[in-house]
Ligand binder design. Structure first.
Ligand code: NG1
Length: 405
């Protein structure tokens, strides 16, 4: 690490590393692509993501006081500074540093005596592309602070702490992102169960290739998309309570318990008879997506690419029509990927813009990539930058602190 440009940039931003400590350590947090199980983590239902190789890197140095200073190598994001404590005032809405503040505040709650860090942030992840650059920043900053203070937290506890902590930014998110970013295993997708949190790994077949393609539409979670996201979490809650009551179950029954209490067909029938049109559609997405996740996991175990692809397609349709979180550009990308020979494709992440994930056999991937370049990116004037917008996704390892030699 010692001679990486990141370390050199750190020295330019904060001064050369003090001897005898030598070069600075770097916290690395990968992005993630959710394969299936979209908009159901906050309903407590399992999801199936994997980590990406593309990561956020945070080079850091412990400070002797409680200040934290952040510099981003991307100059669109202004430097920021705050004092480590359990009540950190947020920067303006949408400011990138709020994700770092979220992480530090959550840790300061748990460990009152933490010192701060000087930190230089660099990301290979496209921002607001549905690949969890925001939770990557939360996790990387958290690992930097923990390492700088020589504090350890058990992985599952840290996943939950940071999932709660990220709500600081105003999104009522589930716990998928922090869990996969911290817990991913190389070569594998992870089924994440909630309450209690648990990760179960399945090897991604070597002849499967997932392709991630950004729609060129930013899915800014700080704007209207946040409201739309939070609105859906409330709608899911209300739908669950109404259906549970109609079924003669306790109002506070969880979605997993509800799915165990009655067959999906019966739940959908009850929902149709009980809920308004919008709520019935939201409910239908949640319960059908909830059934697709174990089916997809089984298809991966059985190496049944066609079955996995059909589930991706069904998920996209449900997100588009029932959950209404797609975007015409995502629909177009999905359509083009399928026409080019993908076994299936869907929007990934929260939607409202962002990226798609498509699945094909490894040998087919060049055709799919070429078709998207020519038919999606070229007409939009983005063909020259295509490697930034579209890439093949290798299931990668979770976050870590890299210590210089
Ligand atoms: P992204 O794609 O990062 O906006 C969000 C939530 C997830 C999950 C997905 C939809 C956060 C940090 N992430 O992800 O928990 O609900 O949407 O499946 O809120």
């Amino acid at each position: 690490m010692a001679s990486t440009p990141l370390t050199a940039a750190f020295a330019r931003a904060f001064g050369a590393p003090r001897s005898p400590h030598g070069p600075v350590p770097v916290a690395r947090a990968p992005g993630r692509v959710n394969l299936i199980g979209e908009h159901i983590d906050y309903c407590g239902l399992p999801v199936l993501p994997m980590a990406l190789r593309r990561s956020i890197h945070v080079a850091f140095r412990p400070r002797a006081d409680r200040e934290t200073r952040l510099v981003n190598r991307d100059q669109r994001f202004a430097p920021s500074a705050f004092t480590v404590n359990a009540q950190i005032p947020p920067a303006a809405g949408g400011d990138w540093s709020n994700y770092a503040r979220a992480a530090v505040q959550a840790l300061a709650h748990r460990f009152p005596d933490l010192r701060g860090v000087d930190a230089l942030v660099e990301t290979e992840l496209p921002i607001a592309a549905g690949l969890s650059s925001s939770s990557g920043l939360v996790v990387a900053v958290a690992l930097a602070i923990l390492h700088a203070n020589q504090v350890t937290v058990a992985p599952l506890e840290l996943m939950e702490l940071l999932a709660q902590g990220e709500r600081y930014v105003g999104t009522a998110g589930g716990g998928m992102d922090q869990a996969i970013i911290l817990g991913a295993r190389v070569g594998c997708a992870s089924r994440i169960d909630f309450h209690p949190l648990r990760l179960t790994f399945t090897a991604v077949p070597a002849d499967w290739q997932f392709i991630v393609a950004w729609s060129l539409v930013h899915a800014e979670k700080s704007g209207a998309a946040r409201q739309a996201y939070n609105e859906r979490t409330r709608q899911c809650d209300e739908a669950r309570r109404l259906v549970a009551t109609r079924l003669g179950q306790r109002e506070d029954i969880t979605y997993p318990a509800l799915l165990a209490a009655a067959p999906v067909e019966e739940l959908l029938e009850l929902a149709g008879a009980t809920l308004s049109g919008v709520l019935a559609r939201r409910f239908r997405h949640v319960v059908t997506e909830g059934t697709r996740v174990p089916q997809a996991e089984a298809a991966m175990v059985a190496r049944d690419l066609a079955a996995f692809g059909r589930l991706l397609d069904a998920s996209h349709q449900s997100l588009r029509d029932d959950y209404e979180v797609s975007h015409p550009e995502l629909d177009r990308l999905v359509e083009l990927a399928r026409e080019a020979g993908a076994a299936g494709a869907r929007l990934t992440g929260a939607g409202f813009g962002g990226s798609i994930v498509a699945l094909c056999r490894v040998e087919r991937a060049p055709d799919v990539v070429a078709a998207l370049r020519e038919r999606y990116y070229a007409p939009r004037g983005a063909a020259s930058d295509v490697a930034r917008h579209m890439f093949t996704a290798e299931p990668s390892a979770g976050a870590e602190v890299l210590i210089p030699e």
